[in-house]
Design a protein around this ligand. Structure first.
Ligand code: ADP
Length: 164
């Protein structure tokens, strides 16, 4: 089973094999963590993303990491929160599952996740974190290291409580 870490900080700087982006379905860039990743990875990333022709909600697609320390970026498209009865939990779980599958395919043994959907997309942080932890515990068996990278202390505390 993977060692699981809660890290406070900027996911773009994580020295792992792959980081996960919280992208939108166009994969053509946005704000929040997506904007930070595109700025840090460089303009080649947008060119690579254009060739992917978008991604459905609940899934993810891979590109190289370009100028990042990470070798790969898995662009996951989380659901927009509409109250929880529109399939949001299953779609969010799908993001984590597909990223863990991509890690296997690409031979990534260390993987860093942001708190997908919990920014602009409005997913309640506790509920999103519990799905994230559940899916990594269930599907992270072949990973060496999985990080939950939190931009603020309050989010990190939510993950720490869940992992106790
Ligand atoms: P979404 O549209 O999926 O909600 P956001 O980028 O708005 O995506 O937010 C997802 C989470 O990523 C939020 O918890 C936000 O605080 C966090 N975040 C924003 N920038 C970074 C960053 N550079 N590193 C790690 N997490 C970040």
């Amino acid at each position: 089973m993977a060692e699981i870490f809660v890290v406070e900080g900027d996911i773009t700087q994580r020295p792992v094999d792959a980081i996960v982006n919280a992208a939108n379905s166009s994969l053509l860039g946005g704000g929040g963590v997506d904007g930070a990743i595109h700025r840090a990875a460089g303009p080649e990333l947008l060119e690579a993303c254009r060739k992917l022709h978008g991604c459905p909600t609940g899934s993810a697609k891979a590109t190289p990491g370009f100028r990042l320390p990470a070798k790969w970026i898995f662009h996951a498209v989380g659901p927009v929160w509409h109250g929880g009865a529109s399939g949001e939990p299953e779609l969010l779980a799908g993001c984590y599952r597909v990223c863990l599958q991509l890690a296997q395919e690409f031979g990534a043994r260390s993987l860093a996740f942001p708190a997908i959907s919990t920014g602009i997309y409005g997913y309640p942080k506790e509920e999103a974190a519990s799905i994230a932890v559940r899916e990594v515990l269930a599907g992270g068996g072949s990973m060496e290291r999985v990080e939950f990278v939190c931009f603020d202390r309050a989010t990190a505390e939510i993950y720490r409580k869940l992992l106790k």
